[in-house]
Design a protein around this ligand. Structure first.
Ligand SMILES: NC(=O)C1=CN([C@@H]2O[C@H](COP(=O)(O)OP(=O)(O)OC[C@H]3O[C@@H](n4cnc5c(N)ncnc54)[C@H](OP(=O)(O)O)[C@@H]3O)[C@@H](O)[C@H]2O)C=CC1
Ligand SMILES: O=C(O)C1=N[C@H](C(=O)O)C[C@H](O)C1
Length: 256
């Protein structure tokens, strides 16, 4: 594949290495501020993306919605790794589904996390049936992370919400007030160089169950993003999640 890398930060650099070592061609590296010699363009447009089969975008929440709409308008298959925009998900979906789009997005491209989402879904369903368990989420990331809560924590909270009859909303800030019983709280901690740790708690007066995914490095995100690029650039049309890819590739995996 001829890949355009959009955003040449921690993830963009790793994805370039992963793309080259798996035999792909990196035809563009687009980042407005990076001084790296690999940069081919400072702005994202039809010209800077010319000749690519797929764009892989790990940039910033501030510009990602415009990026997605551009890929859709240009009909360029795109892998969206950037997080911090899911409050605009339905608006983006409505805009791009009418266009000739080939877009896959996920808050976490680690295939381990894709399976973890299924485990959490099943756990939420079971604890909901048993009753008496409160649920909440904690995520820890490096001090440079731009957004909170993390995209992965938002996906996990959505899954718990959809599978719990006692929960009706998700909150990430309960400053100066009590958390309501029907709220799922996401706690975010930023510090050091933690690549990404997510824990879902199911807690009763008798016991606590903690389900944790702990990334050892960013490598798993890069490997998954290249797999997603292969999948979306293979003639698929629509606005997909990584769960759709998992369903398709590992046919019996239930959708999260
Ligand atoms: N889905 C997944 O699996 C994962 C998702 N992420 C997400 O990916 C995003 C990037 O993460 P990470 O690489 O760690 O962050 P970095 O800050 O290291 O890299 C982002 C890069 O994108 C640049 N950038 C900002 N805006 C634009 C733009 N409009 N066009 C092109 N480049 C731009 C930044 O420049 P500057 O520094 O000057 O702003 C920076 O070089 C985040 O949203 C993060 O949450 C991260 C890991 C895994
Ligand atoms: O910014 C990061 O680093 C990460 N972001 C993603 C998220 O917001 O969930 C995925 C991973 O945890 C690392």
């Amino acid at each position: 594949m001829r890949i355009a890398i959009v955003g040449y930060g921690k993830m963009g650099k790793l994805i370039r290495q992963e793309a080259l070592s798996s035999g792909h061609e990196v035809v563009a590296v687009i980042d407005p501020w990076s001084p790296a010699p690999e940069i081919t363009a400072l702005s994202l447009d039809a010209l800077s993306l010319a000749g690519c089969d797929v764009a892989i975008d790990f940039t910033h929440p501030a510009t990602i919605v415009d990026d997605i709409i551009l890929y859709a308008r240009l009909g360029i298959p795109a892998v969206i790794g950037t997080t911090g925009w899911y409050d605009r998900l339905e608006e983006v979906r409505e805009t791009v589904e009418d266009l000739d789009c080939s877009i896959i997005y996920s808050g976490n491209y680690s295939l381990g996390v894709a399976v973890f989402l299924q485990v959490v879904k099943r756990a939420a369903q079971l604890f909901d049936k048993v009753g008496g368990y409160d649920s909440f989420i904690q995520e820890i990331h490096h001090a440079q992370k731009a957004d909170s809560p993390s995209g992965t924590a938002s996906m996990l909270a959505d899954i718990v919400l959809e599978n719990s009859t006692s929960k009706h909303s998700i909150v990430s800030d309960t400053l100066h007030r009590k958390r309501e019983d029907d709220e799922i709280q996401i706690g975010s901690v930023r510090g050091g160089s933690v690549p990404g740790t997510h824990t879902v708690y199911f807690d009763s007066p008798e016991d606590t169950i903690e389900l944790t995914h702990r990334a050892r490095s960013r490598q798993g995100f890069a490997v998954g993003a290249i797999k997603a690029a292969n999948w979306i650039a293979d003639g698929r049309k629509g606005f997909f999640t990584l769960s759709d890819m998992l369903d398709d590739v590992f046919m019996n995996v239930e959708k999260a």
